[in-house]
Design a protein around this ligand. Structure first.
Ligand SMILES: Nc1ncnc2c1ncn2[C@@H]1O[C@H](COP(=O)(O)OP(=O)(O)O)[C@@H](O)[C@H]1O
Ligand SMILES: [Mg+2]
Length: 324
């Protein structure tokens, strides 16, 4: 047996750190040996198709469900042992926050803030107003929640997570039910929170919706973590190719070889050249200048990168459905 403390020090640079995290429902492993490492200050995309175990993992992180086995640290504290210590610093939106339909959005937030034993009542009114403003719901503050659209309810859930300043925000599919405009607003909200230093852990089954805001990501597939790292790492280093269209093929190959590049694939015809990078990836402007210097007639020049989408399809064996 490995001692509990090995490789799992308190107070690390991770906002969320799990080891061997496992949750079993009957015979089904919903979460299967997950080792998550979420750097402090990151916007961390927790990606995976529906049913891959994202919500279950999030419920374990927040102490809403107990793990079958494995360890969890959130903001350097053990979960579930130190849950009471960390909860005030963690804002969360997990599937379907329970709102009272016959109360207004503002009244619901007042209730939830009152229920939070750590929130001071003196500043409640202002904090509720500010949170509603941040998610663009000021105009609907007095409206009954039963008249809210799904997107408005989702934003009210995010406002609830923002009632007090947080070091960590955990958002489970925050763009669910939002139209493209609402989705853009959530993205820009995430950006501004990250700029203030909040670590944001955000799950989605739609890669494209959060790819642009994430600094890091992890990919779940059937309960297992199949990849994690910075977005650049996940895209795969060295996967980029230069695609050149020129009648001066041999001259161009000579220039590329000076940059340590090699011909990767035959082009579509005699004027197309596809070259792969060696150890370094020089700036495109430097390569184009060198080609022109060598009197290569450049008709077109592009740097192709494998898309994250393609990587994730490879990793999960299925696409991230566009329609949701
Ligand atoms: N309370 C539960 N009881 C039984 N099975 C569950 C429960 N919650 C989730 N599951 C199952 O665990 C798997 C992962 O679900 P979930 O974590 O909700 O995935 P995701 O959030 O990625 O869509 C699914 O197969 C789901 O049916
Ligand atoms: Mg889910």
């Amino acid at each position: 047996m490995t001692p509990v403390a090995t490789g799992f020090a308190m107070g690390t640079e991770f906002a969320i750190h799990t080891e061997g995290l496992t949750k079993r429902f009957g015979s089904q492993l919903a979460v299967d040996g997950v080792d998550l490492r979420v750097p402090v200050g990151s916007v961390f995309g927790f990606l995976g198709p529906n049913g891959s175990g994202k919500t279950t993992t999030i419920r374990l992180l927040l102490g809403l469900a107990s793990a079958t086995s494995g360890q969890i640290e959130v903001l350097g504290k053990r979960i579930p042992e130190d849950l009471r210590m960390v909860l005030p610093e963690v804002g969360a939106l997990v599937e379907g926050p329970g709102f009272y339909p016959y109360l207004s959005g503002a009244a619901n937030l007042h209730r939830l803030d009152t229920a939070d034993g750590h929130a001071t009542s003196a500043t409640r009114r202002v904090r509720v107003q500010t949170a509603l403003e941040r998610v663009g719901l000021s105009h609907a503050a007095g409206k009954k929640v039963k008249a809210y659209s799904l997107g408005m309810k989702q934003r009210l859930g995010i406002a609830n997570a923002l009632l007090t300043p947080r070091r960590l925000l955990v958002l489970d599919e925050p763009t669910n039910g939002l139209d493209p405009q609402g989705t853009r607003e959530v993205r820009s909200l995430i950006r501004s929170l990250a700029a203030e230093g909040t670590t944001v852990f955000v799950s989605s089954h739609l890669l494209a919706e959060i790819e642009q805001v994430c600094t890091d990501a992890a990919v779940m597939s059937v309960g297992r973590l199949v990849a994690q790292g910075t977005i650049a790492e996940l895209r795969g280093v060295g996967g980029a190719r230069v695609r050149l269209e020129s009648p001066d093929r041999d001259l161009a190959i000579a220039v590329f070889s000076r940059f340590g590049m090699t011909v990767a694939e035959p082009g579509a015809d005699a004027t197309e050249l596809i070259a792969a990078f060696g150890e370094k990836e020089p700036d495109p402007e430097v390569m184009v200048a060198a080609l022109v210097d060598a009197r290569v007639r450049v008709r077109s020049f592009t740097v192709d990168r494998p898309s994250l989408e393609q990587r994730f399809v490879d990793l999960t064996g299925e696409g991230f459905d566009v329609a949701g």
